[in-house]
Write a protein that binds this ligand. Structure first.
Ligand code: ZN
Length: 316
C-alpha cells in the first residue's frame, strides 16, 4: 500500500482532552498558544458540559484540539495506554520566540531537546498538566491562525503528532499497520513513529514503557484521538477491518461536523475514525466560527436550560 490514494486513513483528525476550567482552557489555547476557538458547543453525550474546539482559521483536520472542560474535576494521571503528549508543528526559527513566550506567561516547560536524529522539540504543560510539545521543523506547508495572539510567522501550523505510552504489545502495531494504513517511518528503538502519511499532522509515536501503570482519566489527560478518513465509504472499510480484529467498533455516530466510529485499541487508547466533512461551517459562517454557542438539532429545544448549566466564558 504505497499509494496514498489507496489509504482509508490519512492522518490525525482531532484530539480531545479533558480540562478542569473552561475559562482557563480558553485563556491558554486561544490567549497563549494563539489558536482559534472555532467551535463552542456541548459534549453531545453530556450536554451540561462544553465542547471547545481550537484550531487554525477553519478547523482543518490534523490540527483540531478539543476539550471537555469539567469544572473542578480531579486531575488524571499519565500512564500506559494513553496519549500522553500532543505535539504541535511550528517553524524552526520560532524557537526563541516560543521559549520566551512560555516563560513570560509562567508556563511549565523543559529545555529544548533533540530526538530521532535532529528533531528539536520543547516539552511544556497546560494548567491541567496536559503534556504538550512544540516540534520545530520546516516541513509544514500549512498556515496557522493569522488573527490570533501569536505573530503569523511563529503560529502553530497544526499537530505534528501525538505520543502514546505503550507497554510493548504487538496488537497495537498490527492494528496501526494493518487496518489503519500506518507505516513505521522512523525509530530509535524506544520511540517508534508511525504515520498514514509521512508529514506533520499524521505522526503517531509509540514509546515503549515497561512496568508502568495504566493512566487514569481526569483533567490534563487525553480522552481520545481521532484519525481522519475522506468519507463514510472509507470509514466503513476501516470499521469493517477493525471489527474483523474482534475489536468492538461503534455504529457511525453523527457529530454534526464529522461522522465518527469509536473503538478501543488493544493497548487501551480510545480511537475514533472521523470523516473530513462536512466540517465546521455547517452551522456557522467561516468568519464567525466559535462566537456563539452552537447546539446540535437534538438539543436546540433545551437551549435555555443548557445555557444556564454552562459557565460563562469569554476570550480576553
Ligand atoms: Zn472525537
Amino acid at each position: 500500500m504505497d499509494n496514498i490514494s489507496d489509504r482509508n486513513i490519512t492522518g490525525i483528525h482531532h484530539i480531545t482532552a479533558i480540562s478542569a476550567s473552561a475559562q482557563e482552557n480558553l485563556d491558554f489555547y486561544s490567549g497563549i498558544l494563539g489558536m482559534r476557538l472555532i467551535k463552542k458547543t456541548v459534549n453531545f453525550d453530556d450536554p451540561g458540559v462544553y465542547h471547545l474546539y481550537f484550531a487554525d482559521y477553519k478547523g482543518t483536520p490534523g490540527g483540531v484540539l478539543t476539550f471537555f472542560p469539567y469544572e473542578g474535576v480531579q486531575k488524571g494521571r499519565k500512564g500506559a495506554g494513553m496519549v500522553n503528549t500532543i505535539s504541535f508543528s511550528v517553524p524552526s526559527d520560532s524557537l526563541s520566540y516560543w521559549e520566551s513566550r512560555l516563560d513570560r506567561h509562567g508556563i511549565y516547560r523543559k529545555e529544548v531537546q533533540t530526538r530521532l536524529g535532529d528533531e528539536r522539540y520543547l516539552y511544556f504543560e497546560d494548567n491541567d498538566g496536559l503534556g504538550l510539545e512544540l516540534v520545530f521543523n520546516d516541513n509544514d506547508n500549512r498556515e496557522g491562525w493569522k488573527g490570533g495572539t501569536v505573530p503569523e510567522e511563529f503560529t502553530i501550523r497544526g499537530f505534528f503528532g501525538a505520543t502514546i505510552w505503550h507497554n510493548g504489545g504487538e496488537e497495537t502495531v498490527s492494528l496501526l499497520t494493518g487496518a489503519m494504513d500506518h507505516k513505521l517511518t522512523i525509530s530509535d528503538g524506544k520511540r517508534k513513529r508511525y504515520a498514514a502519511k509521512d508529514e506533520p499532522g499524521a505522526y503517531l509515536d509509540l514509546v515503549t514503557v515497561n512496568d508502568l501503570d495504566h493512566g487514569a482519566g481526569g483533567s490534563g489527560t487525553v480522552h481520545h484521538i481521532a484519525f481522519r478518513t475522506a468519507d463514510t465509504k472509507n470509514q466503513d472499510i476501516v470499521r469493517e477491518k477493525v471489527s474483523e480484529l474482534d475489536l468492538y467498533a461503534t455504529r457511525v455516530i453523527d457529530r454534526q461536523y464529522f461522522k465518527s466510529v469509536y473503538f478501543r485499541e488493544p493497548g487501551g487508547v480510545l480511537f475514533e475514525i472521523a470523516t473530513d466533512g462536512p466540517g465546521f461551517t455547517v452551522d456557522e459562517d467561516l468568519d464567525s466560527l466559535g462566537t456563539s454557542l452552537m447546539l446540535p438539532p437534538q438539543y436546540e429545544d433545551r437551549r435555555s436550560e443548557i445555557e444556564q448549566l454552562l459557565p460563562g466564558i469569554s476570550i480576553s
